[in-house]
Design a binder for this molecule. Sequence first.
Ligand SMILES: Nc1ncnc2c1ncn2[C@@H]1O[C@H](COP(=O)(O)OP(=O)(O)OP(=O)(O)O)[C@@H](O)[C@H]1O
Ligand SMILES: [Mg+2]
Length: 482
Amino acid sequence: MLEQSDESGSGSGVGTIIVAPPTEARLIADFLEDQHDIDGKPVFEIIAREQEISSSLIENLADSLAEVVVLHSAANGFRAKVVKSIVEQHGERARLVIAFVPKIGDWFDVVEDLGVLTYRLPLRAEPFDEMARELPGLLAEARGKFARRALSTAVEAAEEINKSMAPEAAAVGGSPAAGVRMPTQVITSWSSKGGDGKSLVAQELAWQLANVGGHRVLLVDADMSRGYLAQALNQDARKFAERHNVTTLAQEFLVSGEISRESFEEHLYTVPDVHNQGKGNLRIVFGIASPEAATQPAYAADHGTQGARFIHALVEKAYGVYEFIIFDIGTAITIPVHFAAIKEAGHLLVLATPFRPSVAPTREGIRQLEAHQAVRRDQLRLVLNRWSPEALVKRDELPDFLGVPLFAVIPLVEEGQLMGVINQGFFVSELVWRREKKHRALQPFVTGTASLAENFVPGIVAAFKKHLNQLSNQKTRFWNRR
Ligand SMILES: Nc1ncnc2c1ncn2[C@@H]1O[C@H](COP(=O)(O)OP(=O)(O)OP(=O)(O)O)[C@@H](O)[C@H]1O
Ligand SMILES: [Mg+2]
């Protein structure tokens, strides 16, 4: 066991382990404890201190919930090989490794090459200030790497075995990771321009939180320019949406002044559970059937106040019943329904693409959000979508330019294949979960979405990986029997 520190207990801050000799550890702890966010809450929570990098430390890290490990080169056992195993040893969470190394010699280059955030000794305040300031982005990057490594190795292993497999062996197993009920969180997916991936990302995030995380999720298509989700799913969903959608629900609310339990239930489309174990965790309220619907009194009455009241009533109805309410909206924040969905959000996903024409509108959009007092800046979650190494905008440039820390990165994948999958009515994550070999090119997209979901439900990437591993083990057992 790691030595538990007395400092823990507040429960806030990112779980941090210090590995250093006692005097240095105290100094590091002081510097870490000096760091507070804008609400005055501590940034780091020291959950353990160790004096040496032993094999038992590395083993224990596998079960640790720590997200930050701070290493001092004077700790016993500090060697490049050992540091490397710490970088590669992930727990149930993505992890950022930070090291302080001697000024002289080539320690700096060697350690930095291992993927460690490296600083030269002596210990001083500046690196800690910088770490605290950059932490959201650094953790977002760590989550991305974690997800990539976890899912790609698991998928590769499964695919190798699968090459010689009979199709009937492809039964899906495993159960969701979660269990602990959480209070309701409202997430709204927004971007300042069309086609940035708001709908797709909202849909995939919802699917993963529900099917991989095992949480109850309500996904609401509240885009007043056009409904998307019903069109993106199968015929069954489209049929359902003809009779029950956000407009028919808003009309009931207009007429009766409330959303009754029965009519609420009636309006929810249940996405089948991927585990085939009873009803699924994901419910959807489908969107408007045509742009004209947005001009109906159910939304437009009282200069649009009716639409905003409706969104508020909808959230109230779902509050406490669903652990996540996810809104997919359109770009225009002046439309009261969109504005209300932004107002309700605890987390506003700001989708942006790393291409120059998209950058200025995003900054202008954020300025507008603030001018209209729609959200506080600390509720903005920057999600870089369609990330590509060839993008002219550097990854760090955008968070700096927009003044919003990086929350997740979703790579650009082959659009034709993505569209093919959507046209057939599938969730992209579901295909990777079922390990559909022919959609392998879409895996980076799912990995990026998993690193986004990991922010809300730590352990989602590990659960995804576990499932894929189980799948491959099942196949091995099956193969051995024959
Ligand atoms: N990471 C990605 N890689 C490749 N293609 C992507 C990616 N993300 C989204 N797309 C493509 O962009 C299209 C538009 O995405 P989506 O409809 O989700 O955007 P949107 O922001 O909701 O648009 P709108 O403003 O029209 O509602 C998708 O159909 C998909 O084909
Ligand atoms: Mg959309």
